[in-house]
Design a binder for this molecule. Structure first.
Ligand SMILES: Cc1cc2nc3c(=O)[nH]c(=O)nc-3n(C[C@H](O)[C@H](O)[C@H](O)COP(=O)(O)O)c2cc1C
Length: 184
C-alpha cells in the first residue's frame, strides 16, 4: 500500500520559511511514499459549540476528512513566543474533536522545527510533542529535527541552496519512513 504522508505547516504567511521547507520535503522521491501538503490557512478558530450543536464549519469537515485519508504526518513548525503558533494549535485541536473522533489517533508523526535564530524552535518542537502524547500521535523520537538559521537556507526561487542541507532533510524524511514502516 502507498503511504500518504501529510505535511502540516505552522505558518500562514506567503514567504514562510516553513512553507519553503514543506515544499522541499514534498519534492523528495521515495518508493512507496507520497506527500501532500495539507493547508490549515482557512480554518476558523476552534469553538466547541460548533461540534456540540451540530454546526460544524465546512472547512473543519474537509480538514478532518483529509487527515483521515492520510497515514502519517510531518509537522513543520516555527516558534512563536517559545511555543507553537496559534494556527498550528488550532489545526491540532480541530482534528482532535469530537473527543471520540480524534483523527490523529494512532498515526505516526514527525516534528521538524526551524527558526531564523539559533535555538531552532526547540520550545515549539517540544510543546507540539506534549500535545501528541494526549492525541496518541506516534511521534518519531530520533532523529530530532531542529533547524537554526533557516533564513539562510533558500534561494530566490525558494529552493534549498546547500547540498548538505538537502541531504539532512532527505535523511530525516527517510528515517521517518522507516519509523512508519516499523510501527505499521
Ligand atoms: C509572534 C511571533 C513570535 C515569535 N517568537 C519567536 C520565538 O519564540 N522563537 C523564535 O526563534 N522565533 C520567534 N519568532 C520569529 C519567527 O521564528 C520568524 O518570524 C519565522 O520566520 C516564522 O516562521 P515562518 O518563516 O515559517 O513564517 C516569532 C515571530 C512572531 C511573529
Amino acid at each position: 500500500m502507498e503511504n500518504k504522508i501529510g505535511i502540516i505547516v505552522g505558518s500562514l504567511r506567503k514567504e514562510s520559511f516553513s512553507k519553503k521547507l514543506a515544499n522541499a520535503v514534498a519534492d523528495i522521491q521515495l518508493d512507496g511514499f507520497e506527500f501532500e501538503i495539507v493547508s490549515i490557512d482557512n480554518l476558523p478558530v476552534y469553538n466547541q459549540d460548533f461540534d456540540d450543536f451540530s454546526n460544524v464549519p465546512e472547512e473543519y469537515t474537509v480538514f478532518r476528512n483529509k487527515i483521515k485519508e492520510l497515514n502519517a504526518f510531518i509537522f513543520i513548525t516555527p516558534e512563536y513566543n517559545r511555543s507553537i503558533p496559534g494556527c498550528l494549535k488550532n489545526a491540532v485541536d480541530i482534528g482532535s474533536r469530537p473527543s471520540d473522533q480524534n483523527v490523529w489517533d494512532n498515526k505516526p508523526a514527525a516534528v521538524f522545527s526551524s527558526s531564523p535564530g539559533n535555538i531552532a524552535a526547540f520550545g515549539a518542537n517540544h510543546h507540539l510533542r506534549q500535545c501528541f502524547v494526549f492525541l496518541n500521535l506516534l511521534v518519531m523520537q530520533q532523529p530530532e529535527v531542529y533547524i537554526a538559521n533557516i533564513s539562510e537556507w533558500f534561494d530566490d526561487e525558494g529552493k534549498i541552496k546547500k547540498e548538505e542541507n538537502k541531504e539532512f532533510i532527505k535523511s530525516a524524511v527517510e528515517s521517518f519512513t522507516q519509523w512508519i514502516t516499523r510501527i505499521n
